[in-house]
Write a protein that binds this ligand. Structure first.
Ligand SMILES: Nc1nc2c(c(=O)[nH]1)N[C@H]1C(S)=C(S)[C@@H](COP(=O)(O)O)O[C@H]1N2
Ligand SMILES: [Mo]
Length: 319
């Protein structure tokens, strides 16, 4: 028995089967509930507090030592993902529809100089250079789980700053209810942007309450270094309790508005990719279960956690 998880492009009816991810029978049996006994036990007893109490998985990681900027508030329950894997297995549809070759297609993507325009319903609109943002923002390191809607997952050390620090600088007007984010539009550098059937540039959005949440993070680095192009250089959003497509890459514009922003995936396939898109093991994707996920480096299949394990930080947003 095989499960075929199609890529979102096929969902949109745009691609045939070449990106299909096939999970083999052994993986499927594991997915039905039989990982190691230890892991099963941990997950049954795992509440938000238990996650915090589990000794940080990163200590077991052989190839990564956190920097002195590490914020100890965000603790992992699993090892840090292998760096090579996290930087060579990507979703970045502007460059490729295949996950394993994005990193080979970003060569001519120009990331410096890079301006970010912040405006809309704000009292102090600003255009900032990313180099200045990096120098002036309180940069910290956070170890976060990351979960793609396609049921793969990783756990990685981001460098960056809490997004609300940037929000404070522009001082939103009281009528702002949402924030809209835009990726660059450069068909000469990102070949798939020549495909006019797709609603480029990639856009995403949050409510103001989500934007101000302590987890909402603007990443400028990964594994203690500058963000690689394929991971969304020079600056991308990271929303660890939401499916990965919300974590928009290579941002050029941030706009405060009083309406719910249209987003790339929600515009293309609204019945499969909601606006809110919180990780939830109990709500299947229309064509596959979200109950478990596959770690991209080890291939381990593990249970999906409610809000990706960040319930204590975000559950109050959705009462
Ligand atoms: N601009 C842009 N941002 C994007 C995407 C994209 O195709 N374009 N893919 C999203 C999806 S589906 C995922 S899972 C993550 C992948 O991030 P990673 O490659 O750093 O793991 O980026 C998200 N941000
Ligand atoms: Mo994704």
């Amino acid at each position: 028995m095989f499960i075929n998880i199609r890529s979102p492009w096929e969902i949109a009816g745009l691609r045939p089967t070449e990106e299909s991810t096939y999970l083999n029978r052994r993986t499927f049996i594991k997915a039905l509930g039989l990982g190691t006994a230890a892991f099963t036990l941990r997950c049954e007893t795992q509440g938000p507090e238990a996650i915090k109490n589990i000794i940080g998985g990163y200590e077991k990681s052989t190839d990564y030592t956190p920097t002195e900027m590490l914020n100890p508030e965000y603790v992992l329950d699993r090892p840090v993902t292998n760096e090579r894997k996290a930087t060579t297995f990507n979703n970045f549809y502007e460059f490729s529809t295949k996950k394993d070759n994005v990193y080979k297609k970003v060569g001519s993507f120009v990331i410096s100089p890079w301006k970010v325009e912040i405006g809309g319903l704000v009292n102090r609109p600003l255009t900032l250079d990313v180099d200045d943002i990096k120098k002036t923002m309180p940069i910290e390191e956070r170890l976060y789980r990351f979960r793609c809607v396609e049921a793969w997952a990783m756990a990685v050390p981001w460098l960056g700053f809490r997004f609300s620090e940037l929000v404070k600088k522009v001082d939103p007007k009281p009528e702002a209810t949402h924030v809209r984010f835009y990726t660059f539009m450069r068909p000469a550098q990102a070949v798939n942007q020549k495909d006019s059937r797709l609603p480029w540039p990639y856009r995403e959005g949050l409510t103001m309450a989500e934007a101000m949440n302590e987890l909402t993070f603007m990443a400028t680095g990964l594994y203690g270094k500058d963000l690689p192009k394929q991971n969304g250089a020079p600056m991308r959003l990271v929303l660890p309790w939401k499916y990965g497509f919300k974590s928009i890459k290579s941002i050029v514009k941030i706009e405060f508005t009083n309406e719910r922003p249209a987003t790339f995936w929600n515009t293309l396939v609204p019945d499969e990719y909601g606006f809110t898109a919180n990780v939830n093991p109990k709500v299947p994707h229309p064509r596959w279960s979200q109950a478990t996920e596959r770690m991209i480096d080890t291939g381990d299949r593990v249970p999906t956690l409610m809000y990706n394990g960040y319930e204590q930080f975000v559950a109050n947003l959705y009462k």
